[in-house]
Design a protein around this ligand. Sequence first.
Ligand code: UFG
Length: 328
Amino acid sequence: MKTILVAGGAGYIGSHMVALLVEKGYDVVVVDNLCTGHWQAVRGAKLRVGDVRDAAFLDRVFTDDPIDGVINFAAYSLVGESVTDPLKYYGNNLAGAQSMLTAMKNHKVNKIVFSSTAATYGEPEKQPIEETDRTDPTNPYGASKLAIEGMLKWCDRAYGIRYAALRYFNAAGSNTAVGIGEDHSPETHLIPLVLKTALGQQAHIGIFGDDYPTADGTCIRDYIHVRDLAEAHLLALEYLDRGGESGPFNLGSGDGFSVKEIIDTARKVTGKPIPAKVEPRRAGDPSILIASNQKARQVLGWVPHRGLEEIISDAWTWHQSHPQGYGK
Ligand code: UFG
């Protein structure tokens, strides 16, 4: 494997994937329509601006470079927006995956690492969550990703395109060496909003509910460093290249932290007071999501190395040096 196509490589997780591949000596072709991604985040790779749903464009991309494997991040990913506009999510996410798989079939590329999500599980039956647990998404974003996992399964059987569907828990952190980080508009995620509060860009961080059945009443999530996530994608690609069997893999640390614990850790890391206020619950938030990462450890040989303080500290380095994100 030499040349890897990264769709959505100008986005948050995608750009960290590109940085890792470049560091490891791969040739990287990025496809991104830049509707949410940032060209400034693509370092050391060929950027082809276009839409994965555009079959003719994708055909040119596969013709111009000898693509050996695909990592697909291109998707809409806002849970709240997916509830108010489900067709946008089904339309883009499913059509994009279908278009990518069609190009792969036509060009005889038989390996894909696909961004899936913990949102495929919905309200979990138990903790930690295993890949064999029930999948029952509670929003169209998770449903669109689960539908694509189904598409991948049937394409494996029919065309021999093998896949790893990586179900991310809560990605955070940055690559301080390369100088890339998280820049969403609007930002909805906890850690960047806590750090924007530390920078004085908002008066306080809202805690969405403190009456959940957890020790301090706030929601518990499994935060994973974006660099650890990128490493898992590379291991998954190498696993598929060795002939590994297709399937889903959870990517989480296996540890859970409450919203209050995140804010307290951020206060410690930044030395800032970070005012917080309890606000009503956000619709659709499960109380606890913690990954079992046993399968990724055993099958892929993945070991997440970076803990919560490092995640927040790396994110803080990014937000301090890029208070307005990219290029503003
Ligand atoms: N939260 C707050 N205040 C905020 C923002 C978030 O209290 O201002 C809370 C949320 O209620 C939640 C936790 O912080 O309990 C984490 O929220 P995020 O929005 O950072 O992340 P989510 O767990 O909601 O979402 C993540 C991914 C999604 C994925 C989902 C799976 O970002 O892409 O996990 O459930 F779909």
